[in-house]
Design a protein around this ligand. Structure first.
Ligand code: CO
Ligand code: CO
Ligand code: CO
Length: 343
């Protein structure tokens, strides 16, 4: 029923930043992460030992089954806390639902959210609902982190290795479900990826002393990587042939199952993206595909990379791969993304 599904329904980043810029935001010295750096979540210091991570995410259905949708929306909302190196503690439901629809759907969406937050050892302690023509669901989540152990998007160091913990292509594959069909093998791979919490990935990267992290969601790999590169004042190189991909995604690209986010994310990153080697116009779409409940992009010191990969895989994040490296900034030139097609 929806115009754009999941994180593909985000407001275009250009429009949003213009609106945000127009306002003078109130702040205080306990704001450790606000939204100037375009990080995954805000962080507020309570005392020397404790800071609160706060984030919200909600979106329109990505799948027809309401229970599955509830779980995916919750996994996606919890992810921003994991990306900051924190532990989600409490959550609030956010629900939009047309009352003319079958009310039993509400129960199934909320049950999905409840089950996924329980899996994350997070308690739902309230929420808010509105009656509007579109269905949307998500959470506002609060997490705990030690103020000195926040993993932001501004700590990436030249020489770091970039690891991605989930396969790319959820936007494209969700479009397949919407406009045509997916065989059960491909749809199972898609669903289990979106349903998976980034909890293990987060715990592993904390142990590996990651320098920076962000989760890959609506702005796609290129968009979130660009934000990380700008915040860290570095450049990034991605090995396009090493990107982990969802099963069937190249077929789907060839069948033109692209989302509107493909174009807006391409536009968002156009001044920052550079090509190295012979460009592959099919694989290239994976840079721009908006991800729903995508994986973590982790910038980790080279010396800890192998151990991190091993632990990620042991903990169930099997597709985790080295996808790139962090480069020194040029003469005051940073925030660039090099898409390398050579190896
Ligand atoms: Co995020
Ligand atoms: Co988010
Ligand atoms: Co209210």
């Amino acid at each position: 029923m929806v115009k754009a599904a999941g994180c593909a329904a985000k407001i275009f980043p250009g429009i949003l930043s213009e609106a945000l810029r127009a306002i003078e935001w109130h702040s205080d010295e306990n704001v450790l992460v606000g939204f100037d750096g375009k990080d995954d979540a805000g962080v507020y210091r309570v005392n020397e030992e404790l800071a609160l991570i706060q984030t919200t995410d909600f979106f329109t259905p990505v799948v027809d089954d309401p229970y599955t949708f509830g779980q995916i929306a919750a996994a996606n909302a919890l992810s921003d806390v994991y990306a900051m190196g924190g532990r989600p503690v409490t959550a609030l439901n956010i629900l939009a639902f047309p009352q003319t629809e079958d009310i039993s759907i509400i129960k199934e969406i909320l049950r999905g959210g409840a089950d996924k937050t329980r899996e994350a050892d997070t308690v739902i302690i309230g929420g808010h609902s509105i009656d509007i023509p579109n269905i949307a669901y998500g959470l506002a989540v609060t997490g705990y982190v030690h103020p000195e152990r926040i993993i932001t998007n501004e700590g990436a160091k030249p020489g770091d290795v970039l690891i991605l913990t989930k396969a790319l292509g959820t936007g494209i594959m969700n479009n397949c479900i919407k406009f045509s069909s997916l065989d059960s093998e491909r749809s199972d791979a898609l669903l289990s990826s979106m349903l998976r919490l980034n909890r293990n990935a987060s715990e592993c990267m904390q142990r590996a002393e990651a320098n920076a992290c962000t989760d890959i969601t609506g702005f796609g790999l290129a968009g979130h990587a660009m934000q990380l590169a700008k915040a860290s004042e570095v450049n990034l190189r991605f090995f396009i042939n090493s990107l982990p991909l969802l099963q069937g995604v190249t077929d789907a690209i060839n069948a033109n199952m692209l989302t509107r986010g493909d174009r807006s994310n391409r536009d968002y990153t156009k001044d920052s993206l550079m090509t190295e080697g012979a460009r592959d116009t099919v694989l290239e779409h994976l840079l721009f595909d908006p991800q729903t409940s995508g994986g973590l992009l982790i910038s980790v010191p080279q010396k800890n990379c192998e151990r991190l990969l091993e632990e990620l895989k042991q903990g169930g994040d099997e597709v985790s791969s080295v996808v790139g490296e962090v480069l020194k900034p040029g003469k005051e030139v940073y925030g660039k993304i090099f898409a390398n097609y050579d190896n």
